[in-house]
Design a protein around this ligand. Structure first.
Ligand code: PA5
Length: 353
C-alpha cells in the first residue's frame, strides 16, 4: 500500500496532474469569476427561471448554483441532467448549457431544445461541439481552459454562472465572496496538500478511514446537501469506489431506520456528517441525535463543520476536504484518480449507435 507521507510516490500515481489542479483551485475560482464577468449576456425580459443543463462534473456546479441562490435569487434555479428540458422552459428562461468537453450528447441535445424553445442560452465549455454550435448560433460562450478532469474544473464550471447573474443585476457581492473563497482554498491547499503529513492532514486521515469501507455522506437540505452529493461523486470518479449520500432532515424519515441488518455490512460503513452555520437549528439537533443512534453500529463517524464567512467559502471548505480525501483514497487503492475509463467506454459505445 502506498505511503500517504511520501509525496513523490503519490505524484507518480497521478498521470493527469490532479494534485496540481486541486492545489490551484483558489486561483481557478478567481479566473473563473473574471471569465464570467467578461461575458456579455442579454437581459431576459420577465425572467421566470434559470436552468443549468449538464451531466456529472459539469452538473454539480448547477447544484451549487441552486443551493447558493435558494435564498438570494427571486427566481428558481433547476438542474437538468437529461437529453430533454422540462416543459416550463421557454422565452423567459435563462439556460446555462454546461459541458467541460463540449461533447456530451445529453447536453448537446438539451442545448438544441433550448434553442427551439427560444430560451436565452449561455454555453459554458472548454470547446468541442458545444462551443462550435454556440458560436455559429451567436450564443454567448464562456470558454474555460481545457486539459483538466471536468470534476477538477469545478471553479470554472460554477463561478462564471454566479458572475453572469451578478452582471445581470440579479446577485451582488459575488466578487468579495470569490476573493474570500480563493483565500480559504489557498490556506487549505497547504493543510490538505501532498506535503502535509497524515498526522496533521484531515484529508489523508479520512481516506484511511474510508479504505476498505463504504463511505456514507450526509449533508443538510439547503446547505451542505450539495457537498454530500459532491463527495459521493468524487469518491466514485476519483477512487473508483462506491459511496452514498443523503440529506437531513429527510434521512431521518427513512434511511436512519436501515441501520439494523445486515450487521456485518453496517459495521463496514463510515459515516460523515457535514455541518454548516446556515443549517436549520433543529437540523443541528437531528445530527446530534442521529449520531448517537448509529454510533457503535457503524465503523465510525466523522463530523466536519464548514469554515469561512460567505456561503461560497463555507461550501467549498467542505468540498475541498472531500476532493482531497477522494484522491488520497484513490492512492490507497493504487488507482490513478484522473482517468474515468468506464465513462469513456460508455460514451464511445453510445457514439456507435
Ligand atoms: O467528471 C467527469 O469526467 C464526468 O462526470 C463528466 O463531467 C461527464 O461525463 C460529462 O462530461 P462533460 O463534463 O465533458 O460534459
Amino acid at each position: 500500500m502506498v505511503d500517504l507521507n511520501n509525496p513523490e510516490a503519490l505524484s507518480a500515481m497521478d498521470s493527469t496532474g490532479y494534485f496540481a489542479a486541486l492545489a490551484e483551485l483558489g486561483t481557478q475560482c478567481r479566473n473563473a469569476y473574471m471569465l464570467g464577468r467578461e461575458t456579455r449576456v442579454p437581459a431576459v425580459a420577465d425572467l421566470s427561471t434559470v436552468v443549468v443543463t449538464g451531466l456529472g462534473g459539469s452538473a454539480i456546479g448547477g447544484d451549487l448554483l441552486r443551493v447558493y441562490c435558494q435564498e438570494r435569487l427571486r427566481v428558481p434555479v433547476t438542474v437538468n441532467r437529461d437529453y430533454t428540458l422540462p416543459a416550463f422552459v421557454g422565452k423567459k428562461t435563462l439556460v446555462f448549457a454546461v459541458s467541460y468537453s463540449g461533447n456530451t450528447e445529453e447536453t448537446l441535445s438539451a442545448y438544441q431544445q433550448a434553442r427551439e424553445k427560444g430560451a436565452t442560452i449561455v454555453a459554458l465549455t472548454s470547446g468541442g461541439k458545444l462551443a462550435a454550435l454556440a458560436a455559429a448560433d451567436g450564443v454567448p460562450v464562456i470558454r474555460v481552459p481545457a486539459g483538466l478532469a471536468p470534476r477538477a474544473a469545478t471553479g470554472y464550471l460554477f463561478i462564471p454562472m454566479l458572475a453572469v447573474l451578478e452582471g445581470l443585476g440579479m446577485l451582488d457581492g459575488i466578487e468579495a465572496e470569490v476573493e474570500e473563497l480563493a483565500r480559504e482554498l489557498a490556506h487549505y491547499a497547504t493543510t490538505y496538500g501532498l506535503g502535509s503529513p497524515v498526522a496533521q492532514n484531515p484529508a489523508k486521515q479520512l481516506a484511511l478511514n474510508f479504505k476498505g469501507r463504504l463511505p456514507i455522506i450526509w449533508g443538510a437540505s439547503g446547505t451542505t446537501e450539495v457537498v454530500a452529493q459532491r463527495w459521493k461523486g468524487q469518491i466514485n470518479e476519483n477512487a473508483k469506489a462506491p459511496a452514498y449520500w443523503n440529506a437531513f432532515p429527510e434521512l431521518n424519515h427513512n434511511e436512519i431506520v436501515g441501520f439494523e441488518e445486515p450487521a456485518e455490512l453496517i459495521r463496514q460503513l463510515w459515516v460523515v456528517i457535514l455541518r454548516d452555520k446556515g443549517d436549520h437549528v433543529r437540523v443541528g439537533y437531528r445530527m446530534e441525535i442521529t449520531r448517537r443512534v448509529i454510533e457503535g453500529k457503524v465503523a465510525g463517524v466523522t463530523e466536519v463543520t464548514s469554515t469561512g464567512e460567505g456561503m461560497l467559502a463555507r461550501l467549498y471548505s467542505l468540498i475541498y476536504l472531500g476532493d482531497w480525501a477522494s484522491v488520497y483514497l484513490a492512492m490507497l487503492y493504487g488507482i490513478d484518480p484522473g482517468p474515468v475509463k468506464v465513462i469513456d467506454y460508455l460514451k464511445g459505445e453510445l457514439a456507435k449507435r
